[in-house]
Ligand binder design. Structure first.
Ligand SMILES: C[S@@+](CC[C@H](N)C(=O)[O-])C[C@H]1O[C@@H](n2cnc3c(N)ncnc32)[C@H](O)[C@@H]1O
Length: 376
């Protein structure tokens, strides 16, 4: 399956990638992409307009299909929500027939074969300017989808094992054409994980932990690592949005905070409230399966605390937030995560670190560190 997909991708050559991020974080993503490309010795340069919520990365050299496929894995990019291979911009000067211009451009610039595309996303940047074109994108999707099906390029039903075509509109007269590939893309439009706020949850923060669990862990990993009867410590727990996510999975939680926990959570019998300082707290039985932490504190202090818990084997795994500094955000968080990894390696603790600027994060990133039995 994979080799078929790659073969089909080879007919869609691209020397440029397009990434979505949160508005205002373009410079951080650009710095991250440049560091990643230098590591892989795939050189190029980033280009962005401040507050556009989009960063382009242009390669200096032609890349083989395989290199394109593996370069910049989305899961390795903290500040990227979506990763697309762009093939170019199309001007849509005829407002009565934009579809013909798009089809002509695709015919001239790609060698699409029968049903090689699994779905179509007509998109815009996630910023104020993008919202102005959102209504148009929604309306344009259906006729364009029908036209691509008529041309035989789009599978009859959405097919997640195939490349998707993305049309990124800045306004209704111009769009960038791009492709995303299975296993290296976010599956939802704009790379945004849309979640429904659970009415019983005591705070909106609950969505951050839910998004982190869904994004960082496969269903199999969730089944293994978040089992009924497991134990957790939640540092900075009040009013209980994160604890809620753990309790709904049947996990016993030591909720550490000086504030007040939601009564509904206390009534589950799964929560033990601990009015204590999160930086001094010790787990009641010496070890828990999970440490989660949403305390608003300096990122250096939080990453140091998480490292201590993992190195001293007080927890198997952890999910925590790192508040972002005002400047050099990527450089600072990547240094902290590298330091954490070095400390774990020194203790010979096998681990996997995932970090992301989530849709539900504001000026913070969320980090997962899995160790021991949680690694599959
Ligand atoms: C952003 S709120 C946490 C929200 C919570 N995760 C939720 O989902 O409802 C931060 C919490 O950290 C707590 N906090 C800050 N510093 C702390 C410390 N040193 N020890 C314990 N709790 C602390 C605050 O009292 C506050 O309730």
């Amino acid at each position: 399956m994979q080799s078929t997909t790659i073969k089909k991708e080879s007919k869609i050559a691209s020397k440029s990638m397009l990434f979505y991020c949160r508005e205002g974080y373009e410079a951080d993503l650009a710095a991250e992409l440049e560091q990643l490309s230098a590591k892989q010795q795939i050189y190029g340069y980033s280009q962005f307009v401040p507050n556009s919520a989009i960063v382009h990365y242009h390669f200096y050299q032609e890349l083989s299909t395989q290199q394109q496929y593996v370069s910049f894995p989305l899961s390795d990019c903290i500040f990227a929500r979506q990763r697309l291979c762009s093939i170019g911009k199309v001007e849509l000067t005829d407002a009565n027939d934009r579809i013909t211009s798009i089809i002509e451009y695709l015919k001239d610039n790609t060698e699409l074969s029968d049903s090689c595309l699994g779905d179509i996303y007509v998109e815009h940047a996630d910023n104020e300017k993008g919202k102005e074109v959102a209504k148009f994108c929604k309306k344009f999707t259906v006729p364009l989808r029908q036209a691509l099906r008529r041309e035989g390029w789009l599978s009859k039903k959405a097919h997640s094992g195939l490349p998707y075509i993305h049309l990124v509109f800045s306004d209704s007269t111009e769009c960038t054409l791009a492709f995303s590939y299975p296993k290296n893309r976010h599956s939802q439009p704009l790379g945004i994980t849309r979640l429904k706020f659970p009415a019983e949850a005591p705070s909106r923060s609950t969505l951050k932990l839910e998004e982190a669990i869904q994004l960082f862990m496969s269903p199999a990993q969730q089944a293994l690592c978040l089992q009924k009867g497991m134990t957790a410590v939640d540092l900075g727990a009040c009013p209980g949005g994160w604890t809620y996510q753990l309790v709904t999975r049947g996990i016993h939680v030591e909720a550490v905070d000086n504030g007040a926990m939601a009564e509904s959570l206390m009534a589950t019998g799964l929560v033990s409230y601990q009015a204590a300082d999160g930086f001094k707290y010790q787990p009641i039985d010496g070890h828990v399966d999970w440490l989660v932490c949403d305390m608003i504190e300096k990122p250096e202090r939080v990453s140091e605390l998480m490292t201590q818990w993992l190195c001293n084997r007080k927890t198997t795994s952890t999910i925590f937030n790192l508040k972002l500094p005002m400047k050099q955000r990527f450089q600072i968080v990547s240094t902290l995560l590298a330091k954490m990894s070095t400390s774990l390696n020194e203790r010979q603790i096998e681990h996997r670190i995932s970090a992301k600027h989530l849709y539900h994060d504001r000026d913070e990133i969320t980090v997962l560190v899995l160790t021991g039995a949680h690694l599959i």
